[in-house]
Ligand binder design. Structure first.
Ligand code: ADP
Length: 424
Protein backbone atom coordinates (compact mmCIF):
# COMPACT_ATOMS: atom_id res chain seq x y z
CA UNK A 1 0.00 0.00 0.00
CA UNK A 2 1.37 3.40 -0.78
CA UNK A 3 2.43 5.44 2.21
CA UNK A 4 0.68 8.81 2.45
CA UNK A 5 2.62 10.17 5.42
CA UNK A 6 5.94 8.94 6.77
CA UNK A 7 6.52 9.83 10.42
CA UNK A 8 9.65 9.73 12.50
CA UNK A 9 9.31 9.99 16.29
CA UNK A 10 12.14 10.63 18.73
CA UNK A 11 10.93 8.13 21.33
CA UNK A 12 8.66 5.13 21.67
CA UNK A 13 5.91 6.68 23.78
CA UNK A 14 5.74 9.67 21.44
CA UNK A 15 5.46 7.34 18.47
CA UNK A 16 2.59 5.45 20.11
CA UNK A 17 0.85 8.71 20.90
CA UNK A 18 1.15 9.90 17.29
CA UNK A 19 0.16 6.52 15.83
CA UNK A 20 -2.91 6.41 18.10
CA UNK A 21 -4.09 9.88 17.11
CA UNK A 22 -3.63 9.17 13.39
CA UNK A 23 -5.52 5.89 13.77
CA UNK A 24 -8.56 7.65 15.23
CA UNK A 25 -9.38 8.52 11.62
CA UNK A 26 -9.87 4.83 10.82
CA UNK A 27 -6.88 4.82 8.45
CA UNK A 28 -4.38 2.00 8.78
CA UNK A 29 -1.40 3.08 10.86
CA UNK A 30 1.71 1.04 11.36
CA UNK A 31 4.23 1.60 14.13
CA UNK A 32 7.74 0.23 13.73
CA UNK A 33 10.24 -0.05 16.54
CA UNK A 34 13.42 1.30 15.00
CA UNK A 35 14.29 1.47 11.32
CA UNK A 36 13.22 -1.90 9.90
CA UNK A 37 15.90 -4.31 8.68
CA UNK A 38 13.60 -5.44 5.91
CA UNK A 39 13.24 -3.30 2.80
CA UNK A 40 9.71 -1.85 2.44
CA UNK A 41 9.11 -4.08 -0.58
CA UNK A 42 9.37 -7.15 1.65
CA UNK A 43 6.85 -6.06 4.23
CA UNK A 44 3.27 -4.85 4.08
CA UNK A 45 3.08 -1.09 4.55
CA UNK A 46 0.21 1.11 5.74
CA UNK A 47 -1.14 4.50 4.66
CA UNK A 48 0.53 6.00 7.72
CA UNK A 49 3.90 4.68 8.80
CA UNK A 50 5.46 5.75 12.09
CA UNK A 51 9.05 4.82 12.89
CA UNK A 52 9.91 5.04 16.58
CA UNK A 53 13.51 6.00 17.23
CA UNK A 54 15.18 6.36 20.61
CA UNK A 55 17.09 9.53 19.89
CA UNK A 56 15.64 12.27 22.08
CA UNK A 57 18.83 12.57 24.12
CA UNK A 58 21.24 10.70 21.83
CA UNK A 59 24.37 12.50 20.59
CA UNK A 60 23.35 14.88 17.77
CA UNK A 61 25.11 13.03 14.96
CA UNK A 62 23.60 9.72 16.04
CA UNK A 63 20.11 11.23 16.09
CA UNK A 64 20.64 12.79 12.66
CA UNK A 65 21.96 9.54 11.17
CA UNK A 66 19.08 7.50 12.58
CA UNK A 67 16.51 10.00 11.36
CA UNK A 68 18.06 10.01 7.88
CA UNK A 69 17.99 6.27 7.75
CA UNK A 70 14.31 6.27 8.83
CA UNK A 71 13.60 8.85 6.12
CA UNK A 72 15.34 6.68 3.55
CA UNK A 73 13.16 3.70 4.48
CA UNK A 74 9.96 5.75 4.36
CA UNK A 75 10.87 7.27 0.99
CA UNK A 76 11.54 3.84 -0.45
CA UNK A 77 8.12 2.84 0.90
CA UNK A 78 6.65 5.59 -1.28
CA UNK A 79 6.08 8.42 1.19
CA UNK A 80 6.48 11.95 -0.16
CA UNK A 81 5.33 13.90 2.92
CA UNK A 82 6.99 13.52 6.28
CA UNK A 83 6.37 14.38 9.90
CA UNK A 84 9.09 14.73 12.57
CA UNK A 85 7.49 14.15 15.96
CA UNK A 86 9.03 15.30 19.22
CA UNK A 87 7.71 15.98 22.70
CA UNK A 88 4.97 18.55 23.30
CA UNK A 89 7.28 20.15 25.86
CA UNK A 90 9.98 20.51 23.19
CA UNK A 91 12.40 18.34 25.21
CA UNK A 92 15.87 19.15 23.89
CA UNK A 93 19.10 20.84 24.83
CA UNK A 94 20.95 23.77 23.21
CA UNK A 95 22.72 21.28 20.99
CA UNK A 96 19.64 19.49 19.77
CA UNK A 97 18.18 17.19 18.67
CA UNK A 98 14.98 18.78 17.36
CA UNK A 99 16.63 21.42 15.17
CA UNK A 100 19.51 19.38 13.76
CA UNK A 101 17.21 16.51 12.78
CA UNK A 102 14.75 18.92 11.12
CA UNK A 103 17.55 20.56 9.19
CA UNK A 104 19.00 17.23 8.08
CA UNK A 105 15.59 15.98 6.92
CA UNK A 106 14.91 19.27 5.09
CA UNK A 107 18.21 19.05 3.32
CA UNK A 108 17.55 15.43 2.23
CA UNK A 109 14.12 16.46 0.97
CA UNK A 110 15.20 19.73 -0.61
CA UNK A 111 12.67 21.53 1.63
CA UNK A 112 13.25 25.24 2.20
CA UNK A 113 10.85 25.71 5.09
CA UNK A 114 9.18 23.76 7.86
CA UNK A 115 6.96 24.48 10.84
CA UNK A 116 7.39 23.75 14.55
CA UNK A 117 4.17 23.17 16.43
CA UNK A 118 4.46 21.10 19.62
CA UNK A 119 1.07 22.38 20.91
CA UNK A 120 -1.36 19.79 22.33
CA UNK A 121 -4.23 21.86 23.76
CA UNK A 122 -6.17 18.85 25.11
CA UNK A 123 -3.13 18.01 27.25
CA UNK A 124 -2.54 21.61 28.26
CA UNK A 125 0.31 22.41 25.87
CA UNK A 126 -0.25 25.67 24.05
CA UNK A 127 1.91 28.17 22.18
CA UNK A 128 1.27 31.91 22.19
CA UNK A 129 3.63 34.49 20.66
CA UNK A 130 6.18 31.72 20.34
CA UNK A 131 6.12 30.83 24.03
CA UNK A 132 5.15 27.36 25.14
CA UNK A 133 2.83 26.90 28.09
CA UNK A 134 2.16 23.81 30.20
CA UNK A 135 -1.32 24.40 31.55
CA UNK A 136 -1.22 27.96 32.79
CA UNK A 137 2.52 27.97 33.43
CA UNK A 138 5.21 29.02 30.99
CA UNK A 139 7.38 25.99 30.16
CA UNK A 140 10.33 27.31 32.17
CA UNK A 141 8.21 27.55 35.32
CA UNK A 142 6.62 24.12 34.84
CA UNK A 143 8.08 20.90 36.34
CA UNK A 144 9.96 20.54 33.02
CA UNK A 145 12.46 23.08 34.33
CA UNK A 146 13.90 20.29 36.49
CA UNK A 147 13.85 17.45 33.98
CA UNK A 148 16.97 15.34 34.61
CA UNK A 149 18.02 15.08 30.94
CA UNK A 150 16.42 18.02 29.18
CA UNK A 151 15.74 20.79 31.72
CA UNK A 152 13.65 23.44 29.94
CA UNK A 153 14.75 26.82 31.26
CA UNK A 154 13.29 29.02 28.51
CA UNK A 155 9.71 29.04 27.21
CA UNK A 156 10.39 30.85 23.96
CA UNK A 157 10.53 28.31 21.15
CA UNK A 158 12.43 30.62 18.78
CA UNK A 159 15.14 31.15 21.35
CA UNK A 160 15.25 27.41 22.05
CA UNK A 161 15.51 26.59 18.37
CA UNK A 162 18.01 29.23 17.26
CA UNK A 163 21.15 27.64 18.73
CA UNK A 164 20.07 24.26 17.32
CA UNK A 165 19.85 25.27 13.65
CA UNK A 166 21.91 27.04 10.99
CA UNK A 167 18.94 28.59 9.17
CA UNK A 168 16.83 31.56 10.27
CA UNK A 169 13.97 31.16 12.76
CA UNK A 170 10.66 33.06 12.67
CA UNK A 171 7.10 33.06 14.00
CA UNK A 172 3.60 32.78 12.59
CA UNK A 173 1.63 34.00 15.57
CA UNK A 174 -1.87 33.29 16.85
CA UNK A 175 -3.32 36.43 15.27
CA UNK A 176 -2.34 35.11 11.85
CA UNK A 177 -3.47 31.55 12.58
CA UNK A 178 -6.80 32.92 13.76
CA UNK A 179 -7.34 34.52 10.35
CA UNK A 180 -7.40 31.13 8.70
CA UNK A 181 -5.65 28.93 6.20
CA UNK A 182 -4.83 31.43 3.49
CA UNK A 183 -3.58 34.09 5.93
CA UNK A 184 -1.25 31.52 7.45
CA UNK A 185 -0.06 30.43 4.01
CA UNK A 186 0.61 34.08 3.11
CA UNK A 187 2.56 34.56 6.30
CA UNK A 188 4.64 31.46 5.62
CA UNK A 189 5.36 32.72 2.08
CA UNK A 190 6.32 36.12 3.47
CA UNK A 191 8.73 34.50 5.92
CA UNK A 192 10.05 32.30 3.13
CA UNK A 193 10.82 35.42 1.10
CA UNK A 194 12.83 36.69 4.07
CA UNK A 195 14.80 33.45 4.00
CA UNK A 196 13.22 32.06 7.16
CA UNK A 197 13.40 28.29 7.10
CA UNK A 198 12.17 27.42 10.59
CA UNK A 199 8.78 28.79 11.56
CA UNK A 200 7.31 28.38 15.02
CA UNK A 201 3.51 28.42 14.74
CA UNK A 202 1.25 29.44 17.62
CA UNK A 203 -1.71 27.25 18.60
CA UNK A 204 -3.84 27.45 21.72
CA UNK A 205 -6.87 25.39 20.67
CA UNK A 206 -7.77 22.46 18.42
CA UNK A 207 -9.29 24.88 15.91
CA UNK A 208 -5.83 26.43 15.46
CA UNK A 209 -4.32 23.02 14.82
CA UNK A 210 -6.96 22.30 12.17
CA UNK A 211 -5.99 25.51 10.36
CA UNK A 212 -2.26 24.80 10.65
CA UNK A 213 -2.63 21.22 9.43
CA UNK A 214 -4.70 22.36 6.46
CA UNK A 215 -2.26 25.13 5.53
CA UNK A 216 0.83 22.93 5.88
CA UNK A 217 -0.42 19.48 4.84
CA UNK A 218 1.56 19.41 1.61
CA UNK A 219 4.86 20.65 3.01
CA UNK A 220 7.52 18.00 2.40
CA UNK A 221 8.24 18.13 6.13
CA UNK A 222 6.10 19.18 9.07
CA UNK A 223 7.40 18.99 12.62
CA UNK A 224 5.64 19.09 15.96
CA UNK A 225 3.82 17.20 18.67
CA UNK A 226 1.23 14.60 17.79
CA UNK A 227 -1.81 16.88 17.97
CA UNK A 228 -1.08 18.93 14.83
CA UNK A 229 -0.87 15.67 12.87
CA UNK A 230 -4.29 14.46 14.00
CA UNK A 231 -6.30 16.37 11.33
CA UNK A 232 -4.03 15.15 8.50
CA UNK A 233 -5.74 11.84 7.62
CA UNK A 234 -9.11 13.47 6.94
CA UNK A 235 -7.43 16.27 4.96
CA UNK A 236 -5.56 13.73 2.81
CA UNK A 237 -8.81 11.83 2.36
CA UNK A 238 -10.56 14.98 1.15
CA UNK A 239 -7.64 15.71 -1.19
CA UNK A 240 -7.72 12.20 -2.59
CA UNK A 241 -4.14 11.60 -1.42
CA UNK A 242 -5.55 8.93 0.90
CA UNK A 243 -7.85 6.63 -1.07
CA UNK A 244 -11.31 6.17 0.43
CA UNK A 245 -10.94 2.44 -0.12
CA UNK A 246 -7.43 2.23 1.39
CA UNK A 247 -7.27 -0.91 3.54
CA UNK A 248 -8.20 -0.45 7.19
CA UNK A 249 -6.49 -2.16 10.11
CA UNK A 250 -8.08 -5.58 10.34
CA UNK A 251 -8.19 -7.54 13.55
CA UNK A 252 -6.44 -10.86 12.98
CA UNK A 253 -7.98 -14.18 13.96
CA UNK A 254 -6.89 -14.58 17.57
CA UNK A 255 -7.17 -17.60 19.84
CA UNK A 256 -8.80 -16.87 23.20
CA UNK A 257 -5.71 -17.26 25.43
CA UNK A 258 -5.03 -14.16 27.50
CA UNK A 259 -2.72 -12.72 30.14
CA UNK A 260 -2.07 -9.42 31.92
CA UNK A 261 1.55 -8.72 32.92
CA UNK A 262 2.18 -5.71 35.11
CA UNK A 263 5.50 -4.26 36.20
CA UNK A 264 4.18 -0.75 36.73
CA UNK A 265 3.92 0.55 40.29
CA UNK A 266 2.20 3.81 39.36
CA UNK A 267 -0.84 4.80 41.42
CA UNK A 268 -3.38 4.08 38.67
CA UNK A 269 -1.81 0.72 37.84
CA UNK A 270 -2.05 -0.29 41.51
CA UNK A 271 -5.79 0.37 41.40
CA UNK A 272 -6.12 -1.45 38.07
CA UNK A 273 -4.31 -4.52 39.40
CA UNK A 274 -6.52 -4.61 42.52
CA UNK A 275 -9.61 -4.22 40.36
CA UNK A 276 -8.68 -7.03 37.96
CA UNK A 277 -7.38 -9.37 40.71
CA UNK A 278 -10.91 -9.50 42.10
CA UNK A 279 -12.08 -11.41 39.02
CA UNK A 280 -8.93 -13.07 37.63
CA UNK A 281 -6.43 -15.62 38.92
CA UNK A 282 -3.46 -13.64 40.14
CA UNK A 283 0.21 -14.22 40.91
CA UNK A 284 2.30 -11.61 42.62
CA UNK A 285 6.05 -11.50 41.95
CA UNK A 286 8.35 -10.30 44.67
CA UNK A 287 11.78 -9.06 43.50
CA UNK A 288 13.39 -10.31 46.72
CA UNK A 289 12.06 -13.83 46.12
CA UNK A 290 13.10 -13.62 42.46
CA UNK A 291 16.63 -12.66 43.54
CA UNK A 292 16.79 -15.58 45.92
CA UNK A 293 14.93 -18.36 44.13
CA UNK A 294 14.70 -17.32 40.47
CA UNK A 295 11.61 -17.55 38.29
CA UNK A 296 10.82 -21.26 38.34
CA UNK A 297 7.91 -20.97 40.81
CA UNK A 298 6.27 -18.39 38.51
CA UNK A 299 6.83 -20.59 35.45
CA UNK A 300 5.27 -23.54 37.29
CA UNK A 301 2.30 -21.43 38.33
CA UNK A 302 1.72 -20.23 34.77
CA UNK A 303 2.04 -23.76 33.35
CA UNK A 304 -0.86 -24.83 35.60
CA UNK A 305 -3.26 -22.11 34.44
CA UNK A 306 -5.72 -22.80 31.63
CA UNK A 307 -4.63 -20.75 28.58
CA UNK A 308 -8.09 -19.17 28.21
CA UNK A 309 -8.50 -18.23 31.88
CA UNK A 310 -8.39 -14.57 32.92
CA UNK A 311 -5.06 -14.19 34.71
CA UNK A 312 -2.59 -11.61 35.83
CA UNK A 313 1.04 -11.76 36.93
CA UNK A 314 2.23 -8.58 38.59
CA UNK A 315 5.10 -7.09 40.55
CA UNK A 316 3.02 -3.98 41.15
CA UNK A 317 3.43 -2.97 44.78
CA UNK A 318 2.86 -0.07 47.17
CA UNK A 319 5.70 2.47 47.49
CA UNK A 320 7.09 1.18 50.85
CA UNK A 321 7.37 -2.34 49.45
CA UNK A 322 9.09 -1.08 46.28
CA UNK A 323 11.45 1.03 48.40
CA UNK A 324 12.33 -1.96 50.59
CA UNK A 325 13.15 -4.12 47.55
CA UNK A 326 15.17 -1.29 46.02
CA UNK A 327 17.09 -0.81 49.24
CA UNK A 328 18.01 -4.49 49.46
CA UNK A 329 18.77 -5.05 45.77
CA UNK A 330 19.46 -1.62 44.28
CA UNK A 331 16.95 0.20 42.06
CA UNK A 332 18.33 -1.14 38.82
CA UNK A 333 18.66 -4.77 39.89
CA UNK A 334 15.17 -4.82 41.41
CA UNK A 335 13.73 -3.34 38.22
CA UNK A 336 15.64 -5.68 35.95
CA UNK A 337 14.69 -8.80 37.91
CA UNK A 338 11.03 -7.93 37.50
CA UNK A 339 11.32 -6.89 33.84
CA UNK A 340 13.26 -10.04 32.91
CA UNK A 341 10.83 -12.29 34.79
CA UNK A 342 7.77 -10.73 33.11
CA UNK A 343 9.47 -10.91 29.70
CA UNK A 344 10.26 -14.64 30.18
CA UNK A 345 6.71 -15.31 31.36
CA UNK A 346 5.33 -13.53 28.28
CA UNK A 347 7.32 -15.88 26.06
CA UNK A 348 6.12 -18.91 28.05
CA UNK A 349 2.53 -17.69 27.72
CA UNK A 350 2.88 -17.18 23.97
CA UNK A 351 4.41 -20.63 23.55
CA UNK A 352 1.47 -22.07 25.48
CA UNK A 353 -1.02 -20.39 23.10
CA UNK A 354 -1.78 -17.03 24.72
CA UNK A 355 -2.49 -14.48 22.00
CA UNK A 356 -3.97 -11.50 23.90
CA UNK A 357 -1.44 -9.63 25.99
CA UNK A 358 -2.03 -6.63 28.21
CA UNK A 359 1.23 -5.15 29.50
CA UNK A 360 1.40 -2.43 32.14
CA UNK A 361 4.50 -0.28 32.55
CA UNK A 362 6.63 1.64 30.06
CA UNK A 363 9.92 -0.11 30.83
CA UNK A 364 8.09 -3.38 31.30
CA UNK A 365 6.53 -2.98 27.84
CA UNK A 366 9.97 -2.48 26.32
CA UNK A 367 11.26 -5.67 27.93
CA UNK A 368 8.19 -7.70 26.89
CA UNK A 369 8.03 -6.51 23.25
CA UNK A 370 11.73 -7.20 22.95
CA UNK A 371 11.38 -10.73 24.32
CA UNK A 372 8.38 -11.41 22.08
CA UNK A 373 10.42 -10.17 19.09
CA UNK A 374 7.79 -7.59 18.15
CA UNK A 375 9.16 -5.08 15.63
CA UNK A 376 5.99 -3.74 14.08
CA UNK A 377 2.51 -2.98 15.38
CA UNK A 378 -0.64 -2.12 13.47
CA UNK A 379 -2.80 0.19 15.54
CA UNK A 380 -6.21 -1.17 16.50
CA UNK A 381 -9.08 0.24 18.58
CA UNK A 382 -8.44 2.58 21.49
CA UNK A 383 -9.11 1.20 24.98
CA UNK A 384 -8.47 4.47 26.80
CA UNK A 385 -7.19 7.79 25.45
CA UNK A 386 -3.70 7.12 24.14
CA UNK A 387 -3.80 3.36 24.70
CA UNK A 388 -4.83 1.30 21.68
CA UNK A 389 -4.80 -2.41 21.03
CA UNK A 390 -2.19 -3.29 18.45
CA UNK A 391 -1.89 -6.27 16.12
CA UNK A 392 1.58 -7.78 15.85
CA UNK A 393 3.47 -10.90 14.89
CA UNK A 394 5.45 -12.88 17.42
CA UNK A 395 7.35 -16.00 16.45
CA UNK A 396 5.08 -16.50 13.46
CA UNK A 397 1.83 -16.00 15.42
CA UNK A 398 -0.70 -13.18 15.21
CA UNK A 399 -1.04 -11.59 18.63
CA UNK A 400 -2.89 -8.64 20.14
CA UNK A 401 -0.81 -6.48 22.41
CA UNK A 402 -1.58 -3.37 24.38
CA UNK A 403 1.09 -1.39 26.17
CA UNK A 404 -0.18 0.79 28.98
CA UNK A 405 2.33 2.95 30.72
CA UNK A 406 2.12 4.48 34.18
CA UNK A 407 -1.01 6.37 34.97
CA UNK A 408 -2.91 5.78 31.73
CA UNK A 409 -6.34 4.18 31.64
CA UNK A 410 -9.31 3.87 33.96
CA UNK A 411 -9.56 1.65 37.04
CA UNK A 412 -11.22 -1.18 35.10
CA UNK A 413 -8.73 -0.86 32.23
CA UNK A 414 -7.78 -4.56 32.08
CA UNK A 415 -11.38 -5.81 31.90
CA UNK A 416 -12.24 -3.05 29.48
CA UNK A 417 -9.29 -3.98 27.27
CA UNK A 418 -10.66 -7.49 26.75
CA UNK A 419 -14.19 -6.18 26.25
CA UNK A 420 -12.96 -3.85 23.52
CA UNK A 421 -11.15 -6.73 21.85
CA UNK A 422 -14.19 -9.00 21.99
CA UNK A 423 -16.51 -6.40 20.48
CA UNK A 424 -14.19 -5.76 17.52
P1 ADP B 1 5.59 2.92 34.68
O1 ADP B 1 5.11 3.05 33.27
O2 ADP B 1 4.46 2.88 35.69
O3 ADP B 1 6.68 3.90 35.04
P2 ADP B 1 7.67 0.96 34.25
O4 ADP B 1 7.53 -0.45 33.81
O5 ADP B 1 8.21 1.94 33.24
O6 ADP B 1 6.25 1.45 34.80
O7 ADP B 1 8.62 1.08 35.50
C1 ADP B 1 8.41 0.37 36.67
C2 ADP B 1 9.76 -0.20 37.11
O8 ADP B 1 9.63 -0.69 38.44
C3 ADP B 1 10.23 -1.37 36.25
O9 ADP B 1 11.61 -1.29 36.05
C4 ADP B 1 9.86 -2.56 37.12
O10 ADP B 1 10.66 -3.67 36.82
C5 ADP B 1 10.10 -2.03 38.51
N1 ADP B 1 9.33 -2.73 39.53
C6 ADP B 1 8.13 -3.31 39.40
N2 ADP B 1 7.72 -3.84 40.54
C7 ADP B 1 8.68 -3.62 41.45
C8 ADP B 1 8.83 -3.94 42.82
N3 ADP B 1 7.87 -4.60 43.48
N4 ADP B 1 9.96 -3.55 43.45
C9 ADP B 1 10.91 -2.88 42.79
N5 ADP B 1 10.83 -2.53 41.48
C10 ADP B 1 9.73 -2.91 40.81
Amino acid sequence: MSVVLGCIADDFTGATDLAGLLARSGARVSLRLGVPDQAPGNTETSSFEVIALKCRTAPVQEAVDEAKSALGWLRTAGASRFFWKYCSTFDSTNRGNIGPVSEALMSELGATQTIYCPAFPENGRSIFMGSLFVGEQPLHESPMKDHPLTPMRDSNLMRLLEPQVKGKVGLANRLVVDQGVSALRDRLAELQAEGIAHVVVDAVANADLAIIAEACRDMPLMTGGSAVAMPLPSLYLADGALAADAPKAEKPQLAAGQIVLSGSCSAMTRKQVANFSAEATALKLDPLALAENGTSAAHDWLAQQPVEAAKIIYATAEPPEVAAAQERLGVETAGKLVEDALAELAVQARNAGVRRFVIAGGETSGAVTNALGVKQMTIGPEIAPGVPWTWCRSDGHDIALTLKSGNFGQEDFFTRAYDVLDTQ
